[in-house]
Design a protein around this ligand. Structure first.
Ligand SMILES: [Zn+2]
Length: 245
């Protein structure tokens, strides 16, 4: 785990090939995404590391319900009773009324090269025993509730990677939490910088590209992605987004 403070109240934590973020203000902590199941100890540790108690967690914002973003949620909810908010459509995904994720065949295909084999091994270890993890307490975001959380947020619906994927803008410090709708690196990508995840990760590629283009127009000076380092962004300059065709 590696913690980077990217603005007055925002900390980005790199876990197992995935990020979560902590937004700390006087009234408590908002957690954005929650790592793989195997990152649960690191998620709890990161909250203490920035000077808070686990009980300070006021809410968990979820960009989408893939296993590498929901790992510590059950433990956080159990220990704090904190509410979990995500996009209305993503609530159904979080409850596993359906599942949109990389197929087993696509996982096997990754074994064809060294970077892929390493990623598959790390992923298998990070989810072992927790493949059925879900978020039964997820509820749909409401504008007034999000605005009142530590940090203060605006939801930005960004379907494509999953049908209910939702990014979050924090206007007070111009930070955009883009989740997997716009990332800056991934172990399975050779490209560095703003990009879409490889197509086999995205439920609908056209929607994913449209959502990334929408995010590029947000008034954000810092982009905090689900994968890869946080990036500075000049909202007045066009953002070049790499994607595989
Ligand atoms: Zn994802």
């Amino acid at each position: 785990m590696k913690i980077d403070q990217v603005s007055d109240s925002v900390y980005v934590v790199a876990g197992t090939n995935v990020n979560w973020a902590l937004i700390s203000d006087g009234s408590g902590v908002t957690v954005v995404d929650a790592g793989y199941p195997a990152d649960t100890g690191a998620v709890l540790g990161s909250i203490r590391e920035i000077g808070h108690e686990i009980a300070d967690v006021a809410a968990i914002l979820l960009t989408h319900a893939h296993l590498d973003h929901i790992g510590a949620i059950a433990t956080l909810v159990e220990q704090t009773g904190a509410p979990v908010y995500t996009g209305a459509e993503e609530v159904r995904h979080a409850k596993r009324e359906y599942l949109q994720q990389i197929t087993p065949a696509e996982m096997v295909r990754q074994l064809g090269n060294r970077a892929g084999r390493r990623w598959v091994r790390q992923t298998a270890l990070a989810v072992a025993g927790h493949l059925r993890t879900r978020v039964p307490s997820a509820t749909a975001t409401q504008d007034a509730v999000l605005a009142a959380l530590p940090g203060g947020f605006v939801a930005v619906p960004t379907p494509g990677h999953t049908s209910g994927h939702t990014a979050y803008l924090m206007p007070s410090e111009s930070v955009l939490f883009s989740g997997d709708a716009l990332v800056t690196a991934h172990p399975l990508s050779r490209h560095a910088g703003a990009q879409l995840l490889p197509p086999f990760f995205n439920h609908d590629e056209d929607e994913t590209l449209g959502s990334a283009q929408l995010l590029a127009t947000q008034p954000a000076r810092t982009i905090v992605p689900g994968h890869g380092p946080a990036a500075s962004h000049d909202p007045d300059q066009p953002l070049r987004i790499f994607h595989q065709h």
